[in-house]
Design a protein around this ligand. Structure first.
Ligand SMILES: NC(=O)c1ccc[n+]([C@@H]2O[C@H](COP(=O)([O-])OP(=O)(O)OC[C@H]3O[C@@H](n4cnc5c(N)ncnc54)[C@H](OP(=O)(O)O)[C@@H]3O)[C@@H](O)[C@H]2O)c1
Length: 333
């Protein structure tokens, strides 16, 4: 098999050839047709992630064909087209993941490879009308956005949804879930072009978060959001608290811009706000997300596709600010 290995922090990934893996009992080997990148892969290369263990094959997202099963009872999977659920050992409580929870692609070797070993419980049939690239783009961003919008955010058609940093992989998926719910949607971005792209995908308004007057423009053109889905945090978090409609929900799944320097607590209690955190999703969230894809035809937004051999160019694009949606890796099989 071929794989992209991170051996040293802040260094390029090394492409290696290794013996093809053999599945143990309860495991499958998936021959990957495509993988996809997440900001997590970048954080790990920079040493900005807890518990880093090297060397490791990065990559949490993947779709492919099951090549081999470690147990006879799993033999029915062989030859099937699958997507991989990258959230492992969630545990029994649907409200929160267990201490054992981990994400495929560190410490376990991940999907930036031609083959990956996966416990059988973490594969699901690929959505039949998805391309391999779409199937690989879906899992991590899809389940994170699904849980943030639907499970935690209780998204409904009457909502006015604001999605921050629309260029992000999770943010574009949140746009898809909000659109499929029939909600009114506004977005923020650092780029006028990305706002335009979001408007083609169903947003009715968009604002440059780099322009300090954007909250006033939002109030004027869109009104107060009832649900905000945010992956940035940082100093802008208090602006979101200010904008949110009384009784509204602010669901945060990330902190790309760091921790907020202060919290405007008076507004939080006076406006009866729900400030929520959300991470990845439970196995039920993953199954419901796939069901929603099937029923509502939701599709991930693909920014670009790179062959595995050009993984470091793809990582460079992830590190920059130009992408809109998911960066997909073609694994070549
Ligand atoms: N909790 C979880 O389970 C989970 C899962 C996935 C991701 N995350 C976290 O969520 C964040 C996004 O992940 P991703 O994979 O979607 O990343 P990504 O595709 O790399 O997107 C990052 C986006 O963040 C936006 N951004 C940057 N600074 C911002 C700011 N000050 N205000 C608003 N938006 C800003 C940018 O949007 P524009 O280009 O439009 O300006 C950028 O495109 C990361 O911090 C990641 O670690 C958490």
């Amino acid at each position: 098999m071929r794989c992209a290995v991170l051996k040293e922090l802040r260094h390029a990934l090394d492409l290696e050839t290794r013996p093809d893996p053999i599945p143990a009992e309860g495991q499958l080997v998936v021959e990957l047709h495509a993988a996809a990148l997440n900001r997590r892969d970048y954080w790990i290369t920079q040493g900005l992630y807890p518990g880093i263990q090297l060397p490791v094959v990065l990559g949490s997202d993947g779709a492919g064909t099951v090549l081999a099963a470690g147990s006879t009872e799993d033999a029915g999977w062989v030859g099937q087209a699958v997507v991989i659920n990258p959230g492992w050992d969630w545990g029994e409580d649907p409200r929160v993941q267990s201490d054992r929870f981990r994400i495929l692609g560190m410490p376990d070797d991940g999907t930036l490879a031609t083959h990956v070993v996966v416990p059988t419980e973490y594969v699901a049939p690929k959505p039949p009308d998805y391309s391999w690239h779409e199937a690989a783009a879906l899992p991590l961003a899809g389940v994170t956005a699904y849980r943030a919008c639907c499970t935690r955010g209780r998204l409904e058609s009457a909502d006015r949804v604001l999605i921050t940093g629309i260029g992000g992989g999770v943010a574009t998926m949140a746009l898809m879930w909000a659109r499929s719910a029939g909600a009114a949607i506004a977005v923020t971005s650092s780029s006028p072009q990305k706002i335009e792209q979001a408007q083609h995908l169903g947003a009715s308004a968009g604002f440059l978060y780099t322009d300090a007057s954007w909250p006033e423009a939002c109030l004027e053109q869109f009104g107060r959001p009832t649900l905000i889905v945010d992956g940035a945090g940082g100093p802008g978090y208090n602006v979101l608290i200010d904008l949110l409609a009384p009784g509204g929900r602010l669901v945060n799944y990330g902190a790309t811009a760091g921790a907020p320097p202060k919290l405007d607590l008076f507004k939080v209690f006076w406006k009866q706000l729900d400030l929520q955190g959300s991470t990845m999703g439970s196995p039920d969230d993953f199954a419901q997300m796939l069901e929603s894809v099937r029923r509502q035809g939701v599709r991930p937004v693909i920014d670009s596709v790179f062959p595995l051999e050009r993984i470091n160019d793809a990582m460079e694009r992830l590190a920059g600010k130009d992408h809109f949606g998911k960066i997909v890796i073609d694994c070549g099989s």
